[in-house]
Design a protein around this ligand. Sequence first.
Ligand code: HEM
Length: 450
Amino acid sequence: MTQKTPNHRLGPLACPVTLADVDLFAPGAQEHWYEAYPILHREAPVQVLRGAGMNGVGDAFVLTCYEDIERVVKDPERYTPVMSMLVAQLQDMLERGERPPQDPSRFDLALESVRTLRPTLELWRAHRQELTDPWVGPGAKRHTAMITQVVDELIDRWIARDDGDGKGTVEFIQEFARPLPQIVTARVLGLPLADIPRLADWGSAQVMQYVYGRGHANQLDEDQQAEQARQLDGFADYLADLVASKRRHPEDDMISALTQVHYRALDRKLTDDEVYGIIYFMVLGGLETTQYALEEEAQLLCDDPGLFAAVKADRAQIRAFTEEAMRLRAPTQGLSTRVTTRDEIFQGIGVPAGSILHLRFGAGNVDPRQYDCPYQIDLARKSLGNHLTFSQGPRTCPGAGISRLEQVIAWERLFERLEGIEYADGNTFEHQPGIMLGTLGLKLRFRRAG
Ligand code: HEM
């Protein structure tokens, strides 16, 4: 099992003071990302990573301005998603009669479904509308009662604790923020809850490069890849058994629906490979990400007890709070996911065709050219929700609907059942390695409501 322990040697990197100190990808850099962003915005809104281009050719470019990232994600034809390039390569190989190699992360399972189901932008949209939106997009509302029940059951496990002074202690990540999206994902997909530990291990293995990978493109070395393949052993067989059983005995869940649906966009049913691919993406994208949002939201409330009191007193503000929190502390800080198809200029910097762009969503969200007082939570901010946390445009995160719903319900119930929260003793606030923003642990003291 991939352990997220304080395993990353923080290295000599200290808080950056000048541009020369800024390396967003060095070991331990996550401890200082938010000190690095103002320096980049001021002095290098497009940071050039020399020699870090695709396959070691040319340079890579880190975009930190809101307007640049927005321009890129809204135009997938001009800025090709890396996933589309991988699919095109796969298609070429198959046409040449070559057998594609098995990916250690088993991303081959996912790519195959993109190749056959989403080869064009139009089909990309149909995929979202017909296959994922009803479950994890706008249609996620159907899960409201289930999510509320899961949230309350998790709170029930620790709410009665009392350390002798009228307050209790909870490890908020282990006992709330982590299990919530895991249980919700399992329930949406239609998996037995007993499978969650296995699923969590496979999910951790899938995202290994985003935690342990090196550089802006999150590369694993050969040993790590072998370890990843070992950890994912059994996942493909599990998917095959699961899909076969849901085809035979469909229930009211997403996997059953995928096995039965007549997909209008292609006027046919989905193949098993296609269903495997969709599940792979749901586990990859959905199992962990919401954990980081919940955990950072709890920290923002501990940092500002007045904010806790204000939102508790006016629950209509919860949505504004979660949107502002996700803007200020984007769970997915950045991804190297787009490639330029022609020569471009960003903020006066020439970027040649074929360059890889690292989209720094976390920095774009605190760009002072886009937001007044960007480092403050402002519940009355105009255009709440127009942040880059889920990306934007036609390839925006398909799971944003369910993640938002989980967060809003979580805080509705937590505000209802708690009088206040504060940090407990013993927090190191050390961040986990990789591109997600999250601390390794979060011990809170809480006071029960009424
Ligand atoms: C706070 C939680 C989340 C954050 C911050 C987040 C963020 C993102 C971002 C930035 C992308 C890249 C989009 C692009 O390339 O333009 C993405 C893609 C994706 N996300 Fe999320 N996500 C979250 C939750 C979820 C959930 C709950 C699911 C599944 C239920 C999910 C499924 C996916 C999938 C499948 C993709 C790949 C794109 C595709 O296949 O169409 N995400 N997400």
